[in-house]
Design a protein around this ligand. Structure first.
Ligand SMILES: [Zn+2]
Ligand SMILES: [Zn+2]
Length: 318
């Protein structure tokens, strides 16, 4: 085991609750490509153990999770851009920060978890390359009325989970939950956000549960009180978007709202931000993370990680 130097949570948060301070793997600085942002951290999945939970922010809404040995990859966007997939390339938004792990450094996911069909969350090229590298070996869960986009790919299983529906993958239980977003991939498509409950594209958050530990992955969401229904579930970690609220505040919460939902509505112990520092949002590249770091002291929650590439680690006893 080539365990690298660990440092304590750089935010100096006090230890409270039942989870020990997070450990963050720090690597030498990694240059993220031409005209790209430097990232200082790199996950090291080879060191992860089957009796641990590891949550690593790869970039945007892509999170690599080791949940007691099950590898879960959320909303994989693993290449330089997201958008329309045409003749092997993706035409659309170019990322400013490259993923914290390159495609070939991502371990084989047992489960790819897709929140909704927006281009930055259901990236066809990433899913195509993953299923090419691991043909017939990866399970995929996505939102109601969205699997048609990716059902030509060679999945082990491809399942739509609707709000309130659950599925078990060995010890891991996955439940789809309602968030406040919309689901159309192309303009004009029917959308649950516009009341098309039967034929509209839907959008999910998920609760992952194993061995008494729970992670809530919110996917993409605006502020909503719907999260209050998960208050009594003893959620350990909330992974919540914090960027993109300008100009789309009706679809994306801001960092203050994300912290309110995670701490006051859900009552989680740890907060992990996503949907920031990857594609330029109109609110300004560093604004969401800075705002989150400044505001967190008002709330009864700890920031698990605050930068792309960092990893939150704990085990069943913590
Ligand atoms: Zn979205
Ligand atoms: Zn998004």
């Amino acid at each position: 085991m080539n365990r690298r130097k660990f440092i304590k949570n750089s935010l100096g948060l006090t230890l409270a609750g039942t989870i020990a301070p997070s450990l963050i793997t720090r690597n030498s600085q990694l240059f993220a490509g031409d005209n790209k942002t430097y990232i200082s951290y790199k996950p090291n999945p080879a060191n992860w153990k089957d009796d641990e939970i590891n949550i690593a922010w790869i970039g945007h809404a892509t999170v690599l999770i080791n949940f007691f040995g099950k590898i879960i990859l959320t909303d994989p966007a693993l290449f330089n851009s997201v958008g329309f997939y045409v003749l092997g390339t993706t035409i659309g938004k170019i990322r400013a920060t490259m993923p914290a792990l390159e495609f070939d450094e991502i371990p084989k996911p047992d489960l790819v978890l897709i929140s909704h069909a927006h281009m930055d969350h259901m990236d066809y090229k990433s899913l195509k390359e993953l299923t090419k590298k691991y043909p017939g070996k990866v399970n995929c869960i996505t939102a109601y009325n969205t699997k048609d986009i990716i059902e030509d790919l060679n999945w082990k299983t491809l399942t739509e989970l609707d709000w309130g529906e659950s599925l078990k993958l060995d010890e891991l239980k996955i439940t789809g939950i309602e968030v406040n977003h919309d689901g159309f991939r192309l303009p004009g498509e029917l959308d649950r956000a516009k009341g098309h409950m039967l034929y509209g594209r839907s959008y999910n958050g998920y609760i992952l549960e194993s061995n008494g530990k729970k992670i809530l992955f919110a996917g993409d969401t605006a502020y909503t009180e719907k999260f209050k229904q998960h208050r009594d579930k003893n959620i350990d970690v909330v992974i919540m978007p914090i960027g993109g609220y300008i100009p789309h505040h009706h679809r994306h919460c801001d960092p203050e709202e994300a912290l309110i939902m995670a701490s006051e509505h859900i009552g989680a112990k740890y907060f992990v931000p996503i949907h920031a520092n990857t594609f330029d949002g109109d609110e300004g590249f560093h604004v969401p993370i800075d705002w989150m770091n400044k505001s967190v002291e008002k709330y009864d929650i700890k920031i698990g990680i605050s930068e792309i590439g960092q990893t939150l680690t704990f085990n069943a006893e913590e």
